[in-house]
Ligand binder design. Structure first.
Ligand SMILES: Cc1cc2nc3c(=O)[nH]c(=O)nc-3n(C[C@H](O)[C@H](O)[C@H](O)COP(=O)(O)O)c2cc1C
Ligand code: SF4
Length: 443
Protein backbone atom coordinates (compact mmCIF):
# COMPACT_ATOMS: atom_id res chain seq x y z
CA UNK A 1 0.00 0.00 0.00
CA UNK A 2 1.21 3.53 -0.80
CA UNK A 3 2.27 5.76 2.09
CA UNK A 4 -0.81 6.90 3.98
CA UNK A 5 -1.70 10.57 3.47
CA UNK A 6 -4.39 11.98 5.77
CA UNK A 7 -7.25 13.59 3.88
CA UNK A 8 -9.96 14.18 6.49
CA UNK A 9 -7.63 16.14 8.76
CA UNK A 10 -5.36 17.47 5.99
CA UNK A 11 -6.47 21.08 6.50
CA UNK A 12 -6.72 21.08 10.30
CA UNK A 13 -4.45 23.66 11.87
CA UNK A 14 -3.94 25.69 8.69
CA UNK A 15 -4.63 29.44 9.05
CA UNK A 16 -8.28 30.36 8.41
CA UNK A 17 -9.05 26.74 7.50
CA UNK A 18 -12.77 27.29 8.17
CA UNK A 19 -13.16 29.94 5.46
CA UNK A 20 -14.48 29.38 1.93
CA UNK A 21 -11.56 31.25 0.37
CA UNK A 22 -8.91 28.93 1.83
CA UNK A 23 -11.03 25.84 1.23
CA UNK A 24 -11.37 26.67 -2.45
CA UNK A 25 -7.67 27.55 -2.67
CA UNK A 26 -6.95 24.01 -1.40
CA UNK A 27 -9.13 22.49 -4.12
CA UNK A 28 -12.38 22.54 -2.14
CA UNK A 29 -15.71 22.05 -3.93
CA UNK A 30 -14.01 20.29 -6.88
CA UNK A 31 -15.67 17.04 -5.76
CA UNK A 32 -19.05 18.77 -5.80
CA UNK A 33 -18.40 20.11 -9.29
CA UNK A 34 -17.50 16.59 -10.40
CA UNK A 35 -20.57 15.09 -8.70
CA UNK A 36 -22.93 17.58 -10.34
CA UNK A 37 -21.74 16.22 -13.68
CA UNK A 38 -22.60 12.65 -12.66
CA UNK A 39 -25.98 10.95 -12.49
CA UNK A 40 -27.28 10.64 -8.89
CA UNK A 41 -27.39 6.82 -9.24
CA UNK A 42 -23.75 6.87 -10.34
CA UNK A 43 -22.76 8.63 -7.12
CA UNK A 44 -24.76 6.15 -5.03
CA UNK A 45 -23.04 3.27 -6.84
CA UNK A 46 -19.63 4.86 -6.30
CA UNK A 47 -20.27 5.19 -2.56
CA UNK A 48 -21.64 1.63 -2.49
CA UNK A 49 -18.63 0.25 -4.34
CA UNK A 50 -16.22 2.08 -2.05
CA UNK A 51 -17.46 -0.01 0.88
CA UNK A 52 -17.89 3.15 3.00
CA UNK A 53 -19.52 2.26 6.31
CA UNK A 54 -21.13 4.93 8.47
CA UNK A 55 -18.75 6.51 10.97
CA UNK A 56 -21.43 7.36 13.56
CA UNK A 57 -21.20 4.12 15.54
CA UNK A 58 -23.19 1.36 13.89
CA UNK A 59 -21.01 1.02 10.77
CA UNK A 60 -23.93 0.51 8.40
CA UNK A 61 -22.90 0.61 4.70
CA UNK A 62 -23.67 4.14 3.51
CA UNK A 63 -24.46 3.49 -0.17
CA UNK A 64 -26.74 0.61 0.77
CA UNK A 65 -28.65 2.80 3.23
CA UNK A 66 -29.20 5.35 0.46
CA UNK A 67 -30.78 2.68 -1.77
CA UNK A 68 -33.46 2.03 0.88
CA UNK A 69 -35.19 5.30 -0.06
CA UNK A 70 -38.46 4.65 -1.89
CA UNK A 71 -37.94 4.75 -5.67
CA UNK A 72 -39.64 7.55 -7.57
CA UNK A 73 -40.78 9.30 -4.36
CA UNK A 74 -42.30 12.72 -5.14
CA UNK A 75 -40.41 14.24 -2.19
CA UNK A 76 -39.49 15.92 -0.08
CA UNK A 77 -36.64 13.60 0.91
CA UNK A 78 -34.43 14.78 3.74
CA UNK A 79 -30.82 14.26 4.74
CA UNK A 80 -30.36 14.58 8.50
CA UNK A 81 -26.76 14.97 9.58
CA UNK A 82 -25.95 13.63 13.01
CA UNK A 83 -23.55 15.87 14.89
CA UNK A 84 -24.87 15.07 18.34
CA UNK A 85 -21.57 13.43 19.25
CA UNK A 86 -22.33 12.57 22.87
CA UNK A 87 -20.45 9.29 23.22
CA UNK A 88 -17.87 9.88 25.97
CA UNK A 89 -14.38 10.35 24.54
CA UNK A 90 -15.58 11.22 21.04
CA UNK A 91 -14.58 14.55 19.49
CA UNK A 92 -13.77 13.93 15.82
CA UNK A 93 -16.98 15.53 14.54
CA UNK A 94 -16.25 18.64 16.59
CA UNK A 95 -12.77 19.05 15.10
CA UNK A 96 -14.10 18.69 11.55
CA UNK A 97 -16.92 21.16 12.13
CA UNK A 98 -14.82 23.76 13.91
CA UNK A 99 -11.78 23.61 11.65
CA UNK A 100 -13.04 22.47 8.26
CA UNK A 101 -16.80 23.06 7.99
CA UNK A 102 -16.71 23.39 4.19
CA UNK A 103 -15.48 19.80 3.88
CA UNK A 104 -18.68 18.74 5.66
CA UNK A 105 -20.91 21.04 3.64
CA UNK A 106 -19.40 19.74 0.39
CA UNK A 107 -20.14 16.16 1.48
CA UNK A 108 -23.70 17.11 2.42
CA UNK A 109 -24.46 18.78 -0.92
CA UNK A 110 -23.01 15.82 -2.86
CA UNK A 111 -25.05 13.38 -0.75
CA UNK A 112 -28.23 15.44 -1.17
CA UNK A 113 -27.71 15.43 -4.93
CA UNK A 114 -27.17 11.65 -4.89
CA UNK A 115 -30.32 10.88 -2.90
CA UNK A 116 -32.41 13.58 -4.66
CA UNK A 117 -32.90 15.64 -1.55
CA UNK A 118 -33.18 19.41 -1.60
CA UNK A 119 -32.89 19.91 2.13
CA UNK A 120 -30.51 18.80 4.84
CA UNK A 121 -30.92 19.32 8.56
CA UNK A 122 -27.63 19.42 10.41
CA UNK A 123 -28.41 18.51 14.01
CA UNK A 124 -25.65 19.43 16.43
CA UNK A 125 -25.41 19.19 20.15
CA UNK A 126 -26.03 22.37 22.04
CA UNK A 127 -22.63 22.45 23.74
CA UNK A 128 -20.87 22.79 20.38
CA UNK A 129 -21.09 26.59 20.19
CA UNK A 130 -17.84 27.00 18.25
CA UNK A 131 -18.88 24.33 15.75
CA UNK A 132 -22.23 26.04 15.31
CA UNK A 133 -20.64 29.42 14.64
CA UNK A 134 -18.11 27.96 12.19
CA UNK A 135 -20.87 26.11 10.32
CA UNK A 136 -23.19 29.10 10.35
CA UNK A 137 -20.52 31.28 8.80
CA UNK A 138 -19.62 28.59 6.24
CA UNK A 139 -23.28 28.06 5.27
CA UNK A 140 -23.73 31.83 4.83
CA UNK A 141 -20.59 31.99 2.70
CA UNK A 142 -21.99 29.19 0.51
CA UNK A 143 -25.32 30.94 -0.02
CA UNK A 144 -23.51 34.15 -0.96
CA UNK A 145 -21.28 32.25 -3.43
CA UNK A 146 -24.13 30.28 -5.05
CA UNK A 147 -22.86 26.95 -3.65
CA UNK A 148 -26.07 26.55 -1.64
CA UNK A 149 -29.53 27.78 -2.62
CA UNK A 150 -31.75 27.48 -5.66
CA UNK A 151 -29.01 26.93 -8.24
CA UNK A 152 -26.02 25.09 -6.78
CA UNK A 153 -22.94 26.13 -8.79
CA UNK A 154 -25.17 27.00 -11.76
CA UNK A 155 -26.37 23.39 -12.09
CA UNK A 156 -30.05 24.03 -11.49
CA UNK A 157 -29.94 21.75 -8.43
CA UNK A 158 -31.54 23.27 -5.32
CA UNK A 159 -30.04 22.57 -1.92
CA UNK A 160 -30.61 24.14 1.49
CA UNK A 161 -28.92 23.37 4.78
CA UNK A 162 -30.73 24.10 8.05
CA UNK A 163 -28.63 24.13 11.22
CA UNK A 164 -30.45 22.82 14.28
CA UNK A 165 -29.01 22.99 17.78
CA UNK A 166 -30.15 20.13 19.99
CA UNK A 167 -31.08 20.25 23.64
CA UNK A 168 -28.01 18.29 24.77
CA UNK A 169 -28.79 14.68 25.62
CA UNK A 170 -27.07 11.45 24.60
CA UNK A 171 -30.30 10.00 23.27
CA UNK A 172 -30.59 12.84 20.72
CA UNK A 173 -27.84 11.02 18.78
CA UNK A 174 -29.95 7.91 18.23
CA UNK A 175 -31.26 8.51 14.73
CA UNK A 176 -34.99 8.43 15.50
CA UNK A 177 -34.49 10.32 18.77
CA UNK A 178 -32.71 12.92 16.67
CA UNK A 179 -35.63 13.07 14.25
CA UNK A 180 -38.16 13.48 17.08
CA UNK A 181 -36.03 16.27 18.55
CA UNK A 182 -35.73 17.89 15.12
CA UNK A 183 -39.52 17.91 14.97
CA UNK A 184 -39.58 19.83 18.25
CA UNK A 185 -40.50 16.90 20.48
CA UNK A 186 -38.81 15.04 23.31
CA UNK A 187 -36.06 12.82 21.83
CA UNK A 188 -37.82 9.51 22.40
CA UNK A 189 -36.57 6.96 19.86
CA UNK A 190 -39.22 5.47 17.59
CA UNK A 191 -40.05 1.81 17.23
CA UNK A 192 -38.60 0.51 13.94
CA UNK A 193 -39.72 -0.38 11.33
CA UNK A 194 -40.49 1.90 9.64
CA UNK A 195 -36.87 2.94 9.36
CA UNK A 196 -36.14 6.62 8.67
CA UNK A 197 -35.35 5.93 4.98
CA UNK A 198 -39.05 5.08 4.58
CA UNK A 199 -40.58 7.39 7.18
CA UNK A 200 -38.28 9.84 8.93
CA UNK A 201 -38.31 13.56 9.65
CA UNK A 202 -41.78 15.06 9.32
CA UNK A 203 -42.88 11.56 8.20
CA UNK A 204 -40.86 11.89 4.97
CA UNK A 205 -38.08 9.57 3.75
CA UNK A 206 -34.91 10.59 5.57
CA UNK A 207 -31.31 9.46 5.49
CA UNK A 208 -29.39 9.95 8.73
CA UNK A 209 -25.61 10.13 8.39
CA UNK A 210 -22.73 11.18 10.57
CA UNK A 211 -20.42 14.17 10.01
CA UNK A 212 -17.33 12.03 9.33
CA UNK A 213 -19.32 9.92 6.86
CA UNK A 214 -20.04 13.12 4.91
CA UNK A 215 -16.34 14.03 4.87
CA UNK A 216 -15.51 10.57 3.47
CA UNK A 217 -18.02 11.04 0.62
CA UNK A 218 -16.07 14.09 -0.63
CA UNK A 219 -12.83 12.13 -0.94
CA UNK A 220 -14.47 9.06 -2.48
CA UNK A 221 -15.90 11.24 -5.25
CA UNK A 222 -12.57 13.05 -5.66
CA UNK A 223 -10.13 10.17 -5.45
CA UNK A 224 -12.24 7.19 -6.43
CA UNK A 225 -13.25 3.78 -5.19
CA UNK A 226 -9.84 2.13 -5.68
CA UNK A 227 -8.12 4.73 -3.54
CA UNK A 228 -10.65 4.26 -0.71
CA UNK A 229 -10.47 0.49 -0.89
CA UNK A 230 -6.67 0.52 -0.85
CA UNK A 231 -6.89 1.26 2.89
CA UNK A 232 -8.29 -0.73 5.75
CA UNK A 233 -9.25 -4.36 6.20
CA UNK A 234 -10.84 -6.19 3.26
CA UNK A 235 -14.06 -8.16 3.65
CA UNK A 236 -13.63 -11.81 4.58
CA UNK A 237 -14.39 -13.72 1.32
CA UNK A 238 -15.71 -16.64 3.40
CA UNK A 239 -18.22 -14.46 5.20
CA UNK A 240 -20.91 -12.99 2.91
CA UNK A 241 -22.17 -10.81 5.76
CA UNK A 242 -18.81 -9.07 6.22
CA UNK A 243 -18.81 -5.68 4.51
CA UNK A 244 -15.11 -5.06 5.27
CA UNK A 245 -13.60 -1.97 6.88
CA UNK A 246 -12.28 0.36 4.21
CA UNK A 247 -10.88 3.86 4.16
CA UNK A 248 -9.35 6.29 6.59
CA UNK A 249 -10.80 6.68 10.09
CA UNK A 250 -10.57 9.32 12.77
CA UNK A 251 -9.59 7.75 16.10
CA UNK A 252 -10.05 9.89 19.22
CA UNK A 253 -7.41 8.91 21.76
CA UNK A 254 -7.81 10.02 25.38
CA UNK A 255 -7.39 8.91 28.98
CA UNK A 256 -3.99 7.86 30.27
CA UNK A 257 -1.83 8.60 27.23
CA UNK A 258 1.00 11.06 26.79
CA UNK A 259 -0.38 12.55 23.58
CA UNK A 260 -4.16 12.47 23.50
CA UNK A 261 -5.70 13.66 20.25
CA UNK A 262 -7.60 12.87 17.10
CA UNK A 263 -5.56 10.78 14.67
CA UNK A 264 -6.41 9.82 11.10
CA UNK A 265 -5.16 6.38 10.10
CA UNK A 266 -6.45 3.52 7.96
CA UNK A 267 -9.11 1.38 9.62
CA UNK A 268 -7.63 -1.65 11.34
CA UNK A 269 -4.78 -0.15 13.36
CA UNK A 270 -4.39 -2.08 16.61
CA UNK A 271 -5.04 -0.50 19.99
CA UNK A 272 -1.39 -1.04 20.91
CA UNK A 273 -0.09 0.72 17.78
CA UNK A 274 -2.43 3.63 18.31
CA UNK A 275 -1.43 4.06 21.95
CA UNK A 276 2.32 3.58 21.47
CA UNK A 277 2.98 5.08 18.04
CA UNK A 278 0.49 7.94 18.12
CA UNK A 279 -0.32 8.44 21.79
CA UNK A 280 3.28 8.20 22.99
CA UNK A 281 2.45 5.48 25.53
CA UNK A 282 1.12 5.75 29.07
CA UNK A 283 2.41 8.51 31.40
CA UNK A 284 4.81 7.75 34.27
CA UNK A 285 5.79 4.40 32.79
CA UNK A 286 2.58 2.79 34.04
CA UNK A 287 0.99 -0.26 32.48
CA UNK A 288 -2.39 -0.50 30.80
CA UNK A 289 -5.23 -2.19 32.61
CA UNK A 290 -8.03 -1.70 30.07
CA UNK A 291 -8.85 0.18 26.89
CA UNK A 292 -12.22 1.39 25.71
CA UNK A 293 -12.17 0.61 21.97
CA UNK A 294 -14.84 2.96 20.65
CA UNK A 295 -16.76 4.85 23.33
CA UNK A 296 -17.76 3.33 26.67
CA UNK A 297 -20.85 1.72 25.15
CA UNK A 298 -18.55 -0.74 23.35
CA UNK A 299 -17.09 -2.24 26.57
CA UNK A 300 -13.42 -2.88 27.36
CA UNK A 301 -10.36 -4.54 25.94
CA UNK A 302 -8.14 -6.10 28.58
CA UNK A 303 -4.34 -5.70 28.60
CA UNK A 304 -4.00 -9.01 26.79
CA UNK A 305 -6.27 -7.83 23.96
CA UNK A 306 -4.31 -4.75 22.88
CA UNK A 307 -3.32 -6.29 19.56
CA UNK A 308 -6.97 -6.29 18.51
CA UNK A 309 -7.42 -4.46 15.18
CA UNK A 310 -9.73 -1.52 15.59
CA UNK A 311 -11.77 -2.20 12.47
CA UNK A 312 -15.52 -2.86 12.35
CA UNK A 313 -15.04 -6.54 13.26
CA UNK A 314 -12.03 -6.56 15.58
CA UNK A 315 -13.48 -5.47 18.94
CA UNK A 316 -16.46 -7.84 18.47
CA UNK A 317 -14.10 -10.80 18.26
CA UNK A 318 -12.93 -10.17 21.83
CA UNK A 319 -16.38 -9.71 23.33
CA UNK A 320 -16.86 -5.96 22.82
CA UNK A 321 -19.99 -4.57 21.17
CA UNK A 322 -18.10 -3.18 18.16
CA UNK A 323 -15.89 -0.35 16.96
CA UNK A 324 -18.51 2.27 17.86
CA UNK A 325 -17.19 5.79 17.41
CA UNK A 326 -13.52 4.70 17.54
CA UNK A 327 -13.06 6.77 20.70
CA UNK A 328 -10.19 4.97 22.39
CA UNK A 329 -9.86 5.66 26.12
CA UNK A 330 -6.81 4.27 27.91
CA UNK A 331 -7.14 3.19 31.55
CA UNK A 332 -3.86 2.70 33.40
CA UNK A 333 -3.03 0.01 35.95
CA UNK A 334 -3.50 2.40 38.90
CA UNK A 335 -7.17 2.97 38.11
CA UNK A 336 -9.95 1.05 39.82
CA UNK A 337 -12.26 -0.78 37.40
CA UNK A 338 -14.90 -0.55 40.14
CA UNK A 339 -14.79 3.23 39.83
CA UNK A 340 -14.70 3.08 36.02
CA UNK A 341 -17.72 0.80 35.83
CA UNK A 342 -19.66 2.84 38.36
CA UNK A 343 -19.12 5.94 36.20
CA UNK A 344 -20.30 4.07 33.09
CA UNK A 345 -23.46 2.86 34.84
CA UNK A 346 -24.23 6.31 36.20
CA UNK A 347 -23.86 7.85 32.74
CA UNK A 348 -26.26 5.45 31.02
CA UNK A 349 -28.78 5.57 33.84
CA UNK A 350 -28.81 9.34 33.59
CA UNK A 351 -29.11 9.28 29.78
CA UNK A 352 -31.79 6.56 29.43
CA UNK A 353 -34.88 8.24 28.00
CA UNK A 354 -37.08 6.03 30.16
CA UNK A 355 -39.48 4.70 27.53
CA UNK A 356 -38.54 1.03 27.93
CA UNK A 357 -38.82 -0.56 31.35
CA UNK A 358 -35.76 -2.87 30.98
CA UNK A 359 -33.54 0.08 30.08
CA UNK A 360 -34.98 2.57 32.57
CA UNK A 361 -35.01 0.14 35.48
CA UNK A 362 -31.99 -1.91 34.45
CA UNK A 363 -29.62 1.01 34.12
CA UNK A 364 -30.83 2.45 37.44
CA UNK A 365 -30.44 -0.89 39.24
CA UNK A 366 -26.97 -1.47 37.84
CA UNK A 367 -25.98 1.96 39.15
CA UNK A 368 -27.43 1.16 42.58
CA UNK A 369 -25.63 -2.18 42.76
CA UNK A 370 -22.36 -0.54 41.71
CA UNK A 371 -22.90 2.12 44.36
CA UNK A 372 -23.45 -0.60 46.94
CA UNK A 373 -20.22 -2.31 45.91
CA UNK A 374 -18.25 0.92 45.95
CA UNK A 375 -19.57 1.81 49.40
CA UNK A 376 -18.14 -1.42 50.85
CA UNK A 377 -21.52 -3.11 51.26
CA UNK A 378 -21.40 -5.28 48.17
CA UNK A 379 -21.76 -9.05 48.22
CA UNK A 380 -20.28 -11.61 45.85
CA UNK A 381 -23.69 -12.42 44.41
CA UNK A 382 -23.97 -8.79 43.25
CA UNK A 383 -21.58 -9.62 40.42
CA UNK A 384 -23.89 -12.31 39.04
CA UNK A 385 -26.85 -10.01 39.55
CA UNK A 386 -25.11 -7.29 37.52
CA UNK A 387 -24.33 -9.77 34.75
CA UNK A 388 -27.93 -10.97 34.76
CA UNK A 389 -29.37 -7.46 34.46
CA UNK A 390 -26.84 -6.59 31.73
CA UNK A 391 -27.80 -9.74 29.85
CA UNK A 392 -31.49 -8.85 29.93
CA UNK A 393 -31.57 -5.31 28.55
CA UNK A 394 -31.07 -4.13 25.00
CA UNK A 395 -31.93 -4.69 21.37
CA UNK A 396 -29.76 -7.77 21.23
CA UNK A 397 -31.84 -9.69 23.79
CA UNK A 398 -34.83 -7.95 22.13
CA UNK A 399 -36.25 -6.04 25.08
CA UNK A 400 -35.81 -2.38 24.14
CA UNK A 401 -36.51 0.16 21.41
CA UNK A 402 -33.01 1.47 20.88
CA UNK A 403 -29.38 0.57 21.37
CA UNK A 404 -28.68 2.78 24.39
CA UNK A 405 -29.34 -0.13 26.70
CA UNK A 406 -26.99 -2.43 24.74
CA UNK A 407 -24.40 0.30 25.24
CA UNK A 408 -25.18 0.35 28.95
CA UNK A 409 -24.97 -3.43 29.22
CA UNK A 410 -21.69 -4.03 27.41
CA UNK A 411 -19.26 -2.32 29.80
CA UNK A 412 -20.91 -4.24 32.64
CA UNK A 413 -20.73 -7.59 30.85
CA UNK A 414 -17.09 -7.01 29.85
CA UNK A 415 -15.93 -5.66 33.20
CA UNK A 416 -17.46 -8.48 35.25
CA UNK A 417 -16.09 -11.11 32.87
CA UNK A 418 -12.64 -9.69 32.17
CA UNK A 419 -11.86 -8.08 35.54
CA UNK A 420 -13.83 -10.27 37.95
CA UNK A 421 -10.92 -10.92 40.37
CA UNK A 422 -10.54 -7.17 40.92
CA UNK A 423 -14.26 -6.81 41.72
CA UNK A 424 -14.13 -9.81 44.05
CA UNK A 425 -11.09 -8.45 45.88
CA UNK A 426 -12.83 -5.09 46.27
CA UNK A 427 -16.02 -6.66 47.68
CA UNK A 428 -14.07 -8.89 50.08
CA UNK A 429 -12.03 -5.95 51.36
CA UNK A 430 -15.26 -4.12 52.38
CA UNK A 431 -13.49 -0.83 51.67
CA UNK A 432 -15.28 2.23 50.32
CA UNK A 433 -13.85 4.67 47.77
CA UNK A 434 -16.90 6.91 47.80
CA UNK A 435 -16.15 10.53 48.57
CA UNK A 436 -18.73 12.35 50.73
CA UNK A 437 -19.69 14.74 47.93
CA UNK A 438 -20.53 11.80 45.65
CA UNK A 439 -23.24 10.55 48.02
CA UNK A 440 -25.38 13.46 46.88
CA UNK A 441 -25.03 12.41 43.23
CA UNK A 442 -26.48 8.91 43.64
CA UNK A 443 -30.01 8.42 42.40
C1 LIG B 1 -27.94 5.88 22.09
C2 LIG B 1 -27.35 6.16 20.75
C3 LIG B 1 -26.64 7.34 20.54
C4 LIG B 1 -26.10 7.62 19.29
N1 LIG B 1 -25.39 8.78 19.13
C5 LIG B 1 -24.88 9.08 17.91
C6 LIG B 1 -24.18 10.30 17.70
O1 LIG B 1 -24.00 11.10 18.61
N2 LIG B 1 -23.72 10.55 16.44
C7 LIG B 1 -23.92 9.67 15.39
O2 LIG B 1 -23.53 9.95 14.26
N3 LIG B 1 -24.57 8.50 15.57
C8 LIG B 1 -25.05 8.20 16.80
N4 LIG B 1 -25.75 7.03 16.97
C9 LIG B 1 -25.97 6.18 15.77
C10 LIG B 1 -27.15 6.71 14.95
O3 LIG B 1 -28.34 6.12 15.44
C11 LIG B 1 -27.01 6.37 13.46
O4 LIG B 1 -26.72 5.02 13.31
C12 LIG B 1 -25.93 7.20 12.76
O5 LIG B 1 -26.08 8.58 12.98
C13 LIG B 1 -25.99 6.92 11.27
O6 LIG B 1 -24.95 7.60 10.61
P1 LIG B 1 -23.83 6.81 9.81
O7 LIG B 1 -24.52 5.73 9.03
O8 LIG B 1 -23.21 7.84 8.93
O9 LIG B 1 -22.90 6.26 10.82
C14 LIG B 1 -26.28 6.71 18.22
C15 LIG B 1 -26.99 5.52 18.43
C16 LIG B 1 -27.51 5.25 19.68
C17 LIG B 1 -28.25 3.97 19.88
S1 SF4 C 1 -33.61 1.61 25.12
FE1 SF4 C 1 -33.48 3.13 26.74
S2 SF4 C 1 -32.89 5.01 25.72
FE2 SF4 C 1 -33.59 3.60 24.12
S3 SF4 C 1 -35.77 4.06 23.85
FE3 SF4 C 1 -35.67 2.46 25.39
S4 SF4 C 1 -35.57 3.56 27.37
FE4 SF4 C 1 -35.11 5.03 25.76
Amino acid sequence: MAKFEPVLLARIGKPDSALLETYQRDGGYSALKKALGMAPEEIINTVKDSGLRGRGGAGFPTGLKWTFLPKGHPGPIYLAINADESEPGTFNNRILMEEDPHQIIEGIIISCFAIKSNKSFLYLRYEYGKSYRALENAVNECYAAGILGDNVMGSGFKCDIVLHRGAAAYICGEETGLIESLEGKRAWPRIKPPFPAIEGAFRKPTIVNNIETMACVVHIVNKGVEWFKSMGVPADPNNPRDAGSYGPKLYCLSGHVNKPGCYEVPLGITARQLIDEYGGGVPNGRGIKAVVPGGISMGFLSASELDTPLDFNGPGKVGCLGLGTAAVVVIDDQTSMVDVLYNCCRFFSHESCGQCTPCREGTAWMTKIMHRIRSGQGEMRDLDLLAEVAGSIGIIPGTTICGLSDGAAWPVKNAIKKFRPEFEEYIQSKRSTIKPAELLAVH
